[in-house]
Design a protein around this ligand. Structure first.
Ligand code: HEM
Length: 116
């Protein structure tokens, strides 16, 4: 399970809307199960915009706007797309999430999944 590959299209189902499914969040290419943080990420809650998505740009920029982050079908965010300050912020978030939530997989581009 920990090396499961997710495209952003697949990730988008895991928002906590579907009963029994985990809430998943992508950051820096890694996918976390943030179900225990449902008070943050669950449907209708303050940070639900990050559920089922690649949150990297949002967390790096401190933005809760859905449109700053890649959508389903797009490629996951990589470090070279971020400024130095944003990279630092993204890594600080990574440290926090790693301490708190289990890793369940990695983010891949659509093409990478097809050729696996
Ligand atoms: C006025 C601004 C803000 C306030 C007062 C605020 C406050 C808080 C508080 C009190 C928590 C709970 C911390 C805990 O119990 O561990 C939290 C968690 C969180 N905040 Fe904010 N926040 C603000 C802005 C932002 C922004 C701009 C972002 C990102 C775009 C953000 C992302 C998050 C995330 C992702 C969590 C959950 C982290 C986790 O899973 O442990 N916050 N925030």
């Amino acid at each position: 399970m920990s090396s499961q590959k997710f495209t952003l299209r697949e990730l988008q189902s895991y928002t906590g809307q579907r009963k029994g499914d985990p809430i998943l969040l992508g950051l820096n290419g890694i996918v976390y199960d943030v179900s225990t943080g449902a008070a943050f990420y669950g449907p209708g809650n303050g940070y639900s915009v990050f559920a089922g998505r690649d949150s990297t740009i949002g967390l790096a920029k401190g933005s809760l706007l859905r449109d700053v982050m890649p959508g389903p079908g797009e490629a996951p965010t990589t470090m070279d797309m971020l400024s130095e300050a944003e990279q630092t912020a993204a890594l600080t978030w990574e440290k926090r999430l790693k301490q708190k939530y289990p890793v369940v997989g990695v983010l891949v581009k659509e093409e990478e999944l097809e050729s696996k």
